[in-house]
Design a protein around this ligand. Structure first.
Ligand code: GLA
Length: 399
């Protein structure tokens, strides 16, 4: 099994230590926001669809202090735990589309979108420390944006951590920052998962109107565990494939005369009206996946876990064959998990690498994890890291 997520105390210590090392003083505040895994509803968010993420216990911690000028100084230990911390220094007006690159664009971006929204973000010193695995499809980027977004809004005197309306506003601003400043054309699921989830619950997010429902998810009580299998196959959302899928959906929606694919009620007649075979497969994935989210919620509420598992398997097949965003590492992990007795397994997140999840009876955890590791070895793949996770809480202030 992979190393456990940091406890809040460990995260606080790491962020404070990074702040002291960089700025020789104590921070005013420490905030943290989690990564996520999506139970089901993949590539539906930018189609106005439904998804069902949970927050991970893995968080990105940000220690921050207000400055009296317009300087922003950031330091991170995230790049690589063994390498020297990286620094970024600039002014508030340097933080804009095209003005910041790499990790710093994700970290600083929310200062730009908050300022655009009329929130007076001040000059800031901040230090970042994180235990969210990087490039694993577990939303390390959203965890980072949401943690700095919380800190920037708080230092501005208007912390957006109160009710769900405030959290939804901050989630939107973080999406805008990711799209415009970091240049990644992602939908809104990850930021909502990082800011609007509740511990012990999955978040049923309706991406058409932004509404949510907290779905209780006590897997342990049901004698189950959720495994997150980080294949460690590289994953990037800025390499064009993700944007290509998104454009294909938008083009299909335009051809069908709807604003988003959420509005497709009659799948067969929609498919008959599309002249391109690839477009038909993309649409079929999105429309069937949205229905699977509803079916998983109904299954979970009825304690019908075999049905939930079957829907996860169907989601994987659809993502692999119709949406074509899986890869050998994910397929091998999913097949091995199901072969070793998982109730269901599927890739999660954007795909093209990253992580899979498996729903497993508590007694089968070790057997399934071992099967996943040996399947990777026998296919000459990098050994995955397996985490056992339960739904954790959203971003919040820790000190
Ligand atoms: C990435 C994006 C999300 C979502 C998923 C696929 O995680 O950041 O917005 O589109 O892929 O469901």
């Amino acid at each position: 099994m992979a190393e456990a997520a940091w406890t809040p105390e460990e995260g606080l210590d790491a962020a404070r230590a990074a702040f002291r090392a960089a700025f020789s003083t104590e921070p005013d505040e420490v905030w943290a926001s989690p990564g996520r895994v999506n139970l089901i509803g993949e590539h539906t968010d930018y189609n106005g669809g439904l998804c069902l993420p949970i927050a991970l216990p893995h968080r990105t911690y940000v220690a921050a202090s207000r400055r009296d000028d317009d300087q922003v100084r950031m330091t991170t230990t995230l790049a690589d735990a063994d390498s020297r911390p990286e620094q970024w220094t600039g002014t508030l007006s340097d933080i804009r589309p095209g003005g910041v690159e790499g990790w710093a664009a994700y970290a600083a971006g929310p200062a730009w979108s908050l300022r655009n929204a009329g929130i007076a973000v001040p000059g800031t010193d901040l230090a970042i420390a994180s235990c969210v695995p990087l490039g694993a499809g577990l939303s390390s980027s959203a965890a980072l944006e949401c943690a700095t977004g919380l800190a920037f809004s708080s230092l501005a005197g208007t912390p957006l951590d109160g009710d769900d309306a405030q959290r939804a506003q901050l989630a939107e601003l973080c999406v805008e920052a990711e799209n415009e400043v970091a240049g990644a054309p992602t939908g809104g699921m990850d930021q909502a998962a990082s800011l609007r989830t509740r511990a012990g619950h999955a978040l049923l997010l309706d991406c058409l109107d932004g509404s949510i429902r907290q779905v209780p998810l006590d897997l342990e009580h049901a004698g189950l565990r959720l495994l997150v299998i980080d294949t460690r196959a590289s994953h990037s959302l800025t390499d064009g494939q993700y944007g290509e899928r998104r454009s294909a959906c938008e083009a299909a929606a335009a051809q069908l005369g709807v604003v988003t694919l959420r509005e497709v009620n009659d799948l067969d007649s929609a498919l008959a009206r599309l002249d391109d075979e690839v477009a038909r497969r993309r649409v079929r994935h999105v429309v069937t996946e949205i229905q699977r989210v509803l079916d998983v919620v109904a299954g979970a509420e009825a304690d019908d876990w075999p049905t939930v598992g079957g829907l996860m398997n169907a989601s994987h097949v659809s993502l692999r064959d119709d949406y074509e965003v899986s890869c050998i590492e994910l397929d091998v992990a999913v097949e091995a998990a199901v072969g070793a007795g998982a109730l269901g397994a599927r890739m999660t997140g954007g795909g093209f690498g990253g992580s899979a999840i498996a729903l497993v009876r508590t007694d089968d955890v070790d057997r399934v994890a071992d099967a996943v590791l040996s399947a990777a070895t026998s296919h000459d793949l990098v050994e995955p890291e397996v985490h056992v996770v339960a739904p954790a809480g959203p971003g919040q202030r820790f000190a």
